[in-house]
Design a protein around this ligand. Structure first.
Ligand code: ZN
Ligand code: ZN
Ligand code: FE
Length: 758
């Protein structure tokens, strides 16, 4: 029997090849009617025999284009209209405000085939792209998302490209960035003094390969910015890159041509493999199996981050040598943002790179590669950026207000929200330097423009001295302004992801967060909902002599922990000379010694006490080294850390923890065993506190979040213990565990406060 269906699809369905997909599917299933784009998404009217309609709807749900995100499909049966064919209806005046911009993704299979097909007109063309792949977010300047509003504007299409662009059955139908060697951008190879070496793709690929093999460092313009590349198997090159980048410890990411090559020297689980091969192409942190690359790639670490090629140029480069492994690190100087403008790159990277591969199309929005790791076959973000941004997080509830959340000052990502959509920005890094602050501001204005968001509510952290706090003040003008406690935001970000409304036991373990008592928190057990929280437990406070300085000079924290526990200070094994006496005076007089209770700082201090770290060059370095030390052994000694209930709060004794560690040290045990015992002790006491909180509050949902959980031992141990005890455990999967997820938490708390719970 003939039937008529009226189908509405909401989500990211515009500019992703949805209409041609529907058109083909309709022809295949003998459907009559039409498809059209409108303000809210895509509308389809479909008439056919019932069974054909069923197949058609199934096809929509299962085979939709790779860049589309379907949020909702509504289907209604309506009276027959008597259509005689299927057609693509001209768009009704679309509301540009609803259109989304897809993330930048890996080259698709079809484009890859054409790239290496000598008979194809895009053979070896490094800007090959289609509706299903390639750059998007990085090239969009304004809405509506049309070619003239992208950095492809200076490249008018040639007749052949135009023909494909207008053909609904072509893979490049309405592909805004489509191009070919006749009409599109092209590559340039320069020496670092800007002398032009070549403009010919094949020659550039060949020469780049030769330069890299000869040990040179090459800056290569990618999708979201420049990479700095060098031969990962060449000690000298890697070391030179470290020196020039002023980055002694932080591991470099790698790139190689195939998954098979990765499996030769790193362990790859099924989930890790899936991530490596995904269209988002993140860096995945994997355990090393065999030494194939220089030990300077990730000094002191057993895990290495690696990714597979995703731009045509990268595919061309790796096609020359299947054994090639490159360091591919963000093109910047230590903590500065990634370079993405040519002029700026030549200026800032000229002393790092020997050669530059660039092209004559502008990168509008920058992004670093995303970074992920897998634990218990569950993927976690360390950095959510290229490939994922600006894909929205869609919520069930709609809010009438537009919101802006400025995030936190470390590993920053901000967020905007309207309707049922929350969009997180790319990774913006640490907002200490003026240059990062400038890039952050530009990114905020860019997001507000391209997503047409006009915030009425401005949310930030409670930290009085954060740049993000000032910025929210500045942007808010006289509008509604909210401040959210850092660890509450960590927990709320996870509640947002799983749309949890009722109170949870939230464990936020991290480095630094400003507390409501103006002290530094970071070992928080909160009873929290999406609006409020109660601080239920935490480790006892200790002093950070010199404040910020102690975070870099972790030996100060070691000293402070010993002092606090009433232990002799010469337990601190220092390899270099430091002003120990001065710090002791500061501790005694409590001079410039802010109080902290954060897990991150406890890791720093214990690391110092065990002689593993003294002064660090990058955040969490001491903690990472301590974890690596613990991973060297399976043997640990039980440490019981007592806690006591002081009024409503449970206080876990940091002093007792340190005393027990010194007892183990006195027994002459190796650092690895003490390090593992320390991890196990943290897990055990945290688990016990969770049990006590369940008794007290009757809550069985547990949320774990915060940067300290990037420690695999800690995360795995606590997760398993709590799950085994029958709790429901929730972990951030859509946003990073670290401060990169804070803005999402700020948004939902803001929404709940301003718009109410329902
Ligand atoms: Zn493609
Ligand atoms: Zn063309
Ligand atoms: Fe944090």
């Amino acid at each position: 029997m003939l039937k008529h269906l009226f189908i509405r699809i909401n989500g990211i369905v515009q500019g992703v090849g949805f209409r041609p997909f529907i058109y083909r599917l309709a022809l295949e299933n003998n459907i009559k009617g039409y498809v059209l784009n409108d303000t809210e998404g895509v509308t389809i009217e479909a008439e056919a025999e019932e069974e054909n309609l069923e197949k058609f709807v199934k096809g929509i749900k299962e085979e939709f284009p790779p860049l589309a995100i379907i949020q909702e499909i509504k289907i209604e049966e309506r009276p027959l209209q008597g259509y005689t064919r299927f057609f693509i209806e001209k768009s009704r005046k679309t509301d540009k405000k609803r259109a989304f911009i897809p993330p930048d993704t890996n080259l698709c299979k079809d484009c890859l085939k054409e790239l290496f097909d000598p008979d194809d007109r895009r053979y070896h063309y490094p800007f090959i792209v289609c509706t299903h792949c390639g750059p998007r977010f990085s090239i969009v300047k304004d809405i509506p998302y049309d070619r003239h509003n992208t950095s492809m504007a200076p490249f008018p299409m040639c007749p052949e490209c135009q023909k494909e662009y207008e053909d609904p059955l072509d893979r490049r139908f309405h592909t805004q960035p489509t191009a070919c060697p006749v009409c599109g951008p092209h590559l340039f190879l320069y020496k670092n003094d800007k002398t032009l070496i070549s403009e010919d793709t094949d020659e550039i690929v060949q020469k780049t390969y030769e330069f890299l093999k000869a040990g040179h460092i090459v800056a290569i313009k990618g999708v979201g910015g420049f990479h700095l590349a060098c031969d990962a198997t060449n000690d000298e090159s890697v070391l030179r890159l470290r020196e020039r980048k002023r980055r002694p410890f932080k591991p470099f990411a790698l790139m190689t041509g195939s998954i098979e090559k990765i499996e030769k020297f790193l362990y790859v689980s099924p989930k890790e493999r899936e991530l490596l091969l995904s269209k988002e192409r993140p860096i995945v942190i994997l355990k090393e199996k065999k030494k194939l690359v220089s030990r300077y790639v990730a000094p002191h670490l057993t895990h290495i981050g690696i990714m597979l090629p995703y731009t045509p140029f990268q595919y061309l480069l790796f096609s020359l040598d299947k054994d090639l492994i490159l360091v591919m690190t963000s093109g910047n100087l230590s903590d500065e943002p990634i370079c993405f403008k040519d002029e700026e790159a030549f200026e800032r990277l000229k002393d790092i790179a020997d050669y530059f591969v660039t092209y004559n199309r502008e990168i509008v929005a920058h992004s670093d590669d995303s970074v992920m790791f897998v634990l218990k076959e569950t993927p976690f973000f360390v950095r959510r950026s290229k490939g994922f941004v600006p894909a929205p997080i869609l919520t069930k509830k709609k809010t009438s207000l537009h919101l802006f959340a400025s995030g936190a000052d470390l590993k920053n990502s901000f967020a905007i929200a309207k309707d049922n959509v929350i969009i997180l920005s790319q990774y913006l890094g640490d907002l200490e330097s003026i240059i990062t602050q400038k890039v952050y501001k530009e990114a905020v204005y860019h997001f507000l423009k391209i997503f047409d968001v006009h915030p009425e509510v401005f949310i930030s952290d409670m930290h009085p001295n954060y740049f993000t706090t000032y910025l929210a003040d500045e942007l808010a003008g006289g509008k509604k302004r909210l401040k959210v406690q850092h660890h509450h935001a960590h927990i709320a970000s996870v509640m947002a992801e799983y749309e949890i409304d009722e109170p949870v036991i939230g464990l936020a373990f991290d480095g630094t967060g400003f507390g409501t008592d103006r002290k530094i928190w970071g070992s928080e057990f909160l009873i929290a909902d999406r609006k409020e929280f109660k601080r239920a437990a935490h480790f006892s406070y200790f002093m950070l002599p010199g404040g910020e300085k102690a975070i870099k000079e972790v030996w100060r924290i070691g000293l402070s922990l010993l002092y606090q526990a009433g232990l002799p200070l010469d337990y601190l094994p220092l390899k270099k000379k430091y002003p120990v006496d001065v710090i002791c005076q500061m501790l005694k007089k409590k001079l410039n010694c802010p109080e902290a209770c954060s897990i991150g700082r406890i890791f720093d201090g214990v690391s110092a006490i065990l002689g593993i770290a003294e002064v660090i060059s990058t955040e969490a370095e001491a903690a990472q080294k301590l974890e690596e030390e613990a991973l060297k052994t399976q043997k640990f000694h039980k440490i019981e850390i007592p806690f006591e209930e002081k009024g409503e709060e449970i206080i876990i004794s940091t002093e007792k923890l340190i005393k027990k560690i010194i007892e183990l040290k006195d027994k002459g045990l190796p650092a690895s065993e003490i390090a593992l015992s320390f991890h196990e002790a943290l897990i055990e006491v945290s688990f016990k506190v969770v049990l006590r909180l369940k008794e007290k509050y009757g809550i069985k949902k547990v949320v774990l979040s915060g940067g300290a959980f990037q420690n695999r031992l800690l995360l795995k141990g606590l997760w398993e213990a709590v799950e085994k005890a029958g709790f429901e455990v929730f972990l951030p999967k859509k946003v990073p565990l670290n401060d990169g997820g804070i803005a999402l938490g700020q948004i939902v708390i803001g929404q709940t406060i301003v718009c109410g719970r329902e």
